[in-house]
Design a binder for this molecule. Sequence first.
Ligand code: AMP
Length: 282
Amino acid sequence: MIVFKHAQSLDRYLIKCKNRGQKIGFVPTMGALHQGHISLIKASKETTDLTVCSIFVNPTQFNDPTDFQNYPSTLSADMDILLAVECEVLFMPSVKEMYPNGLSDPLKIDFGFIAQTLEGEHRPGHFEGMAQIVEKLLRIVKPDFLFMGQKDYQQQLIVGQLIKKRKFDTRLMVCPTLRESDGLAMSSRNVRLDKKSRKLAVKISETLKFIKTASAKPSNTLKQLEQEAINRLQAIKGIDPEYFSIRNATTLKPVRKRTEKMVALTAVWIGGVRLIDNLLLN
Ligand code: AMP
């Protein structure tokens, strides 16, 4: 695996690879790698000739400074994992490398409703920061394929819009959410859960599954289902749901007809850790 810290040297290397006809796959991450990330690397390796993984904890997408400070960093374990799955290239830039003109970089796109609702409403500035860094990374790596997880449902929709708006010649591949054996969606933040919180966290996916089953009955209105989910989560001491919402799976607008493709999305606080998850309903 070749490790690059500077965009220019990575660019020079990738130009050579592309000139040889190699197709490039890209997996952007914030490190603290787990099997969910690895599934994206494996998908990239199956689809492309050369996989670039980036590790960069992007300061501009953290609306909560404590979350940024507490974000786990496990660099040497990450390197071992990437070597084991035979990832060809790791890009590990510094903040200065990605934001040479400082963090108040004006490069921002207006995505409208899709970035203002749900996570956008509860984490102001998060998607602007995320889109900003993904755009910078795409301009450096210029991948043929970009691999992202369904786990961050709203994020992958916005990145799809970014690719369209900026006319990037990159195909977005969305990979399924990897879960622990009890159903908890894998996340770098899970390591911050203490024993008790980790046990409680299973309730998130359990509630999503319950609502999916219940949504098959047309007599249950979506409003009732959302309320039922909130009630179930709130009833458990130690769990504080921030939102539970059923939306159109493409636009994230409220569902008008049950024949639309629907997704249930939720954000929940457990033991001081904010976790998100989602499930397609039909
Ligand atoms: P992160 O390091 O959390 O920014 O995530 C990097 C990429 O990994 C994003 O595209 C995430 O959606 C994806 N990802 C995170 N958790 C999972 C998971 N449990 N299953 C599949 N992909 C995931």
